[in-house]
Write a new protein. Structure first.
Length: 190
């Protein structure tokens, strides 16, 4: 079994490519997450990346109001923060015990951020006309992990109701549908 930090490194590499490909002109575009435009989703993803660094160190994270990260050189800061996330989850003991206010197993919490980084990278890629294919080892980890978390995530309104997918849907399409996303979502065009 791969360490969460190794999986996060693979996921972060792909997410950074997507974030680097977002133009400032597209920050107001819609995303598969109805409550977020591109700018809001980047701010949310920054908040996740920063807070899960704290959770890796067994600290208490604050997911209250979302700070405004999309200022100045936000693409470089995203690279820096995802690198810090990988380092935080590589620290001795990061995957041991429990973490966070809910007292969840640390590896479960690591899978949460791994799922967010991967699924939101897809959201941003799809919203901005980019291609996104998750790392296979990441997909192999988050598929069963997110399936196990789905009932709790739906109750907490983090996941929507599962989206129906046709028989023969691929593993990533099934993960997206599990989180309430339409894997075929495309941005509306004027």
């Amino acid at each position: 079994m791969k360490k969460i930090s190794e999986l996060l490194e693979a996921a972060a590499d792909r997410a950074v490519l997507v974030v680097d490909g977002i133009s400032d002109a597209g920050l107001g575009d819609t995303t598969p997450c109805a409550e977020y435009d591109v700018r809001d989703l980047i701010n949310h993803l920054f908040q996740v990346v920063v807070n899960f660094q704290i959770l890796a160190a067994k600290g208490e994270a604050d997911f209250g109001e979302t700070p405004k990260f999309v200022t100045d050189d936000w693409r470089a800061r995203f690279r820096e923060e995802t690198a810090k996330l990988v380092v935080a989850w590589d620290a001795p003991g990061a995957e041991d015990g429990t973490t966070g206010a809910m007292g969840l197993p640390a590896r479960t919490v690591g899978n949460m951020v791994l799922g967010d980084l991967t699924v939101h990278a897809w959201d941003l890629a799809r919203a901005t006309g980019q291609e996104f294919v998750p790392d296979e080892s990441v997909l192999n980890e988050i598929g069963p992990a997110l399936a196990a978390m789905a009932p709790m995530a739906r109750e907490a309104k983090v996941f929507g109701e599962a989206y129906p997918v046709p028989e023969g849907a691929g593993p990533f399409e099934r993960v997206l549908a599990l989180t309430g996303r339409d894997p075929g979502w495309r941005p509306p065009r004027a």
